[in-house]
Each structure stands twice: as structure tokens, then as C-alpha cells.
Design a binder for this molecule. Structure first.
Ligand code: ADP
Length: 264
């Protein structure tokens, strides 16, 4: 019987411990920044929504005080109580305003970053998404002219939100495509696009989807796009939405490039 040689090649398929640590750090940072951003957004909504009833209540109390003042001494004690109530209402308004300032989402720290490097950090996260959903995010980020002004974590937060939305939109059909591209448009900035071949967004919904708490998902918070838009705006850019050539939605924005001369 001819002897057979079997060659076994063993390779450790587990991600290295260092990669795991880096990924855990990134996830921690992203989820901390997500919580802060969401709290900022919620505070802004609360401040906006509560402002009107608080002001109305103050006006009614003021009117009561005027009536009570006419009642003479009997109204004195009631008048004092109304004064106290008014002070408390004003305090409530102040607390909300201060909270909003404290967690201002616009506080991005813009430094010189490479888009390719910021996206590279997210690859393990995209791997995780692929494992969870079977959808591999196509990444095509041109390194030419990709030096931009950005807040690294905030940028990664924005990309993660847009990619997750795209993955949610395409569902789990076999031809699902989610793509992330980066291209230099010379003096028009460095453009980042996240596109998919999901159902897309109806023309009359394109403004509505940015409103806080607007969601079509069971269990959705409807904060992702409003937070993402705030992040992009704090980069002096605008988040555009339209139809993708792939058939679904396309979200894009342009970051300010740092030229080699400035970078030197
Ligand atoms: P959430 O993800 O919690 O719903 P978002 O603010 O991120 O909150 O999104 C708001 C809504 O915008 C989504 O519920 C969905 O209807 C719509 N949307 C966002 N991204 C896409 C996309 N890529 N394709 C289709 N619809 C989208």
C-alpha cells in the first residue's frame, strides 16, 4: 500500500489579543460618545419641548398674582406662594438650559486626521456586523488627499451610525450591498459616501428622517441621524441625502482637506 503524506496546516483563527483590546477600547469610546451625543440631543429636545409649557405656566401665574393683589391682605399669602411657584418654574427652565450647554454636541476637537486611518480602525466593527448580519461592508477609501480636519471619535461615530442604518435598510436578502467610499474632490473637499441598495428614502421623507425621535424601526430611538447631522455640522460640513446608483439611499458629506503644504 502506497504511503500517503498528509500535511496539516494549523493557523490560529482567533483575533490576536492586541486586536481584541484595541477593538474593546474603540467600542467603549464609541458607546461613551454615543451616550453623550444622545443625551445632548435629548436635552435639546427637552429644552425645546418644555420651553413653551413652562413659559405659559409662568404667564398664568403672573395673571393670578395680578388678580390676587386686588383682593388686599387676604391675598398676601397666596401671592407669596405664587411667587415661589414662579421662581421654581424659572429654575426648571434654567436647569434644562444648563444641561443642554453642558453636553453640547458641537464641542468637536478638530485635528488633522487621515480618513483611511479612521476607517481602518472601524474594520473590526464591520467584521462584527458581517458576523451578525451576513452583510460585508464594501470599503473603498482613496488615500490620495485624505488628510482632513476631523474629530476622530465623532467621525467614527457618524460613520458607524450611517453604516448601521444602511445595514438595517438592506435587510438580509442575498444581494444586499452596503458601500463606504472616500474620494478627494480637490478643492471641494474630501467626500465620504455611505450607500446601499435597500428601499431608499421617499422624496417627501428626506427632511423628516433627520427629526429627532423619527423612526420606522421597532425599538428604534430615531436619534441616529439627528446626532450624525450635528456631528457633521460641527465639522463645518453638511450631511446630504439622496438616491444611490445602487438603488437605495446615499448619505454623503465633504470634509475640509489639509493640503500637504499646510500639513508640513
Ligand atoms: P433609527 O435608526 O433609530 O430609526 P435614525 O435617526 O438613525 O434612527 O433613522 C431615522 C429613520 O430614517 C429610520 O428609522 C429609517 O426609516 C430612515 N433611514 C435611515 N437610514 C436609512 C437608509 N439607509 N435607508 C432607508 N431608510 C433609512
Amino acid at each position: 500500500m502506497a504511503s500517503e503524506r498528509v500535511v496539516l496546516s494549523l493557523a490560529d483563527q482567533r483575533p490576536s489579543l492586541a486586536v481584541n483590546d484595541r477593538m474593546r477600547d474603540l467600542m467603549d469610546q464609541l458607546s461613551k460618545s454615543w451616550r453623550l451625543n444622545s443625551m445632548g440631543e435629548m436635552a435639546a429636545i427637552l429644552a425645546h419641548e418644555l420651553n413653551q409649557p413652562l413659559t405659559a405656566a409662568t404667564v398664568y401665574l403672573h395673571a393670578c398674582q395680578t388678580d390676587i393683589a386686588r383682593a388686599g391682605p387676604i391675598g398676601d399669602s397666596a401671592g407669596r406662594a405664587l411667587d415661589l411657584a414662579k421662581t421654581q418654574l424659572l429654575r426648571a427652565g434654567d436647569i434644562i438650559r444648563r444641561m443642554r450647554e453642558l453636553i453640547a454636541t458641537g464641542a468637536s476637537q478638530l485635528t488633522e486626521e487621515r480618513v483611511s486611518s479612521m476607517v481602518d480602525d472601524l474594520r473590526p466593527l464591520f467584521d462584527l456586523i458581517r458576523q451578525e448580519t451576513g452583510i460585508a461592508v464594501r470599503i473603498d477609501v482613496d488615500t490620495t488627499g485624505d488628510r482632513v480636519l476631523a474629530d476622530r471619535i465623532q467621525f467614527q461615530q457618524a460613520i458607524t451610525n450611517l453604516v448601521r442604518n444602511a445595514v438595517d435598510a438592506v435587510g438580509d436578502h442575498p444581494g444586499a450591498v452596503v458601500s463606504l467610499t472616500g474620494r478627494s474632490l480637490a478643492d471641494q473637499g474630501y467626500e465620504i459616501r455611505i450607500e446601499d441598495n435597500g428601499p431608499g428614502i421617499a422624496e417627501d421623507q428626506m427632511d423628516r428622517i433627520f427629526q429627532p425621535m423619527m423612526t420606522t424601526k421597532a425599538g428604534g430611538m430615531g436619534l441616529g441621524l439627528s446626532v450624525t447631522r450635528s456631528i457633521i455640522e460641527s465639522h463645518d460640513a453638511a450631511l446630504a441625502v439622496g438616491r444611490s446608483a445602487l438603488g437605495g439611499a446615499a448619505f454623503s458629506f465633504r470634509l475640509t482637506p489639509v493640503t500637504e503644504l499646510e500639513a508640513a
